[in-house]
Design a protein around this ligand. Structure first.
Ligand SMILES: *[C@@H]1O[C@H](CO)[C@@H](O)[C@H](O)[C@H]1NC(C)=O
Ligand SMILES: *[C@@H]1O[C@H](CO)[C@@H](O)[C@H](O)[C@H]1NC(C)=O
Ligand SMILES: *[C@@H]1O[C@H](CO)[C@@H](O)[C@H](O)[C@H]1NC(C)=O
Length: 525
């Protein structure tokens, strides 16, 4: 009975005043939408009054059951042009190997243009919709929660004079946004794509770090400025600069987990909540069809939902075909979205294609020994908590960071996608992961660390959202140094003074000695 009572008490809202919260949820990328849904559930589960504002930029499938709590309310904003849009698959094959997406310098120009196409038609209607803004104002929300990846939510919060705005991000880090909150630069703490770190790093790695950091910042700056300008133009007057809207949030909540992520200094207003959405034990049980498929050694392969396996370039596919041949005793299950009979013919009976995979149930099964993944954050978290080794092949954006932060714990390998075509290299990586017990052991240790972390990410999320709603735009957590320019930030002027004084001092000593020397010399003579 007591147990039952205790169990029940978990579902009773704790003694906080229920907050009226709006979550701005642009329908653009599935992982972002899923993250927002999970935040909504966590807040609604403890009794807050949560409304999701779904702004449809593109049609995305499988959205209906993302929010589990039936108390969550919805405002569906479908612009007029939306009804004409086909519910077609939005895949981005360019992320595989096209230069437009894979060259950092080119991406600074191409990526903002790609997203602008989606934003412009939606916001040109939404921003002029007076009724929409009035009805939002009438609801008098205590807080607007919005991601820093799409700035629409910040501008909506501004236009309805929201009492507080809370910045969140579904990816691990957003160095550029973090710096708006006073986070020091992360050079040397967070590596650029495939850079080595610490004592192993050479000057080339450090140059690579600067290259990655600089162009990532440029990219972020370019598309935030672009959205800022777009909104100014659509509404017909000058809105606040986006940085001032974003850093007016008391906290910046990120999906990083300090026990998984790179060790880096941070300010107290940057709140890592990574893992708040991970199921401690998988809810799904393994469907029967898999019981027959799974062999003693099984490897599962998935590249997520944005980029499709069937659109993988031919030379990458060939690498997989050769690798499958080398492991006839291993069962491979590949999330492959088409029947593709031609490709199927080239592959042995040890490989199964599935259009969908019960990923967490598979990872929980003893027979699954390895996960080949693109390193989306949800999959990275899932595999880290499951204690299984992974071969992480990042395809775009934060996946490079995720791949390296996971492999840093010694249970996984971060693998360059352009090396997928080199079958020998792929074979030796898969062999290492399957046969070298060090990987399995390190993966298990990481899972134990995560299951025993001393703070609960979900509680951290709740506490900081309630705190930020209570104390909007609290500036005392931002270091004063943050508002300094480059010279003051790095104390360049002060060091310059010290060096000048030392030089002057040395100069005076030199003159004195010279004088003394002349004087002695003169006396002797
Ligand atoms: C917020 O960002 C703006 C623009 O960079 C800056 O001028 C301002 O000082 C920042 N505010 C704080 C509290 O850091
Ligand atoms: C920042 O927040 C304060 C208080 O909540 C508000 O008065 C101010 O207008 C906000 N600044 C911007 C740029 O939104
Ligand atoms: C596969 O299994 C068979 C039988 O257990 C064994 O004889 C063979 O050497 C294995 N092949 C490889 C490549 O491990």
């Amino acid at each position: 009975m007591l147990k039952l009572l205790l169990l029940f008490s978990i579902f009773i809202p704790h003694d906080v005043i229920s907050l009226k919260i709006l979550i701005a949820n642009p329908i653009l990328g599935f992982s972002h939408v899923k993250f927002n849904a999970q935040v909504a559930d966590v807040l609604a589960d403890i009794g807050h009054d949560v409304t999701m504002l779904n702004i449809y930029h593109i049609p995305l499938p499988n959205l209906d059951k993302l929010v589990k709590n039936s108390n969550v309310k919805f405002i569906e904003y479908r612009p007029t042009h939306f009804s004409g849009m086909k519910n077609e698959e939005h895949t981005l094959p360019d992320f595989w190997d096209s230069i437009y997406m894979n060259n950092k310098i080119v991406a600074c120009l191409s990526l903002p243009m790609v997203v602008k196409e989606k934003w412009e038609p939606t916001y040109s209607e939404l921003l002029k919709d007076k009724k929409f803004f009035q009805s939002l104002k009438d609801q008098d929300f205590d807080a607007v929660i919005t991601e820093t990846f799409e700035l629409g939510g910040f501008y909506i919060a501004h236009l309805i004079n929201a009492r507080s705005v809370i910045a969140i991000m579904s990816s691990v880090r957003y160095p550029y946004t973090e710096q708006l909150f006073g986070q020091p630069p992360t050079l040397g703490y967070i590596p650029g794509d495939f850079s080595r770190m610490g004592k192993e790093a050479t000057v080339w790695d450090r140059l690579n770090d600067i290259y990655n950091d600089f162009f990532f910042t440029q990219l972020h700056q370019a598309y935030s400025n672009m959205q800022n300008k777009l909104f100014d133009r659509l509404i017909g007057y000058k809105l606040p600069y986006w940085k001032d809207l974003v850093n007016n949030s008391t906290v910046f909540i990120t999906n990083s987990n300090p026990y998984l992520d790179f060790a880096a200094p941070k300010t107290a207003n940057i709140i890592p909540v990574g893992g708040f959405n991970v199921q401690k034990s998988p809810k799904q049980s393994l469907p029967n069809e898999y019981q027959d498929i799974l062999g003693e050694n099984t490897v599962i392969i998935s590249f997520g939902s944005v980029v499709r396996s069937y659109e993988m370039p031919e030379n990458f596919k060939s690498g997989f075909v050769e690798m499958f041949k080398k492991f006839p005793n291993v069962t491979f299950i590949w999330k492959y979205e088409r029947d593709d009979l031609e490709f199927r013919k080239r592959i042995g009976p040890n490989v199964y294609f599935k259009k969908w995979m019960p990923q967490s149930a598979l990872l929980a099964d003893k027979r699954v020994k390895l996960f080949i993944t693109h390193g989306g954050l949800a999959s990275t978290m899932e595999v880290a908590y499951s204690g299984k080794p992974a071969l992480v092949v990042p395809l775009f954006s934060d996946q490079f960071h995720n791949a390296m932060m996971l492999s840093r714990h010694g249970g996984s390998i971060a693998y360059n996608k352009f090396d997928l075509s080199k079958s020998e290299k792929l074979i030796s990586a898969v062999r290492e992961l399957l046969e070298n017990s060090k990987f399995a052991e390190n993966s298990k240790l990481l899972a134990q660390v995560l299951h025993n972390q001393p703070t609960d990410p979900k509680q951290t999320l709740i506490n900081h959202i309630e705190f930020a709603a209570k104390f909007p735009s609290l500036k005392s957590l931002v270091p004063e140094n943050n508002s300094n320019g480059f010279i003051a930030f790095y104390y360049i002027d002060a060091y310059f003074c010290i060096i000048a004084v030392i030089c002057l001092f040395l100069f005076l000593i030199r003159i004195t000695f010279k004088k003394l020397y002349c004087f002695i010399k003169l006396k002797k003579e």
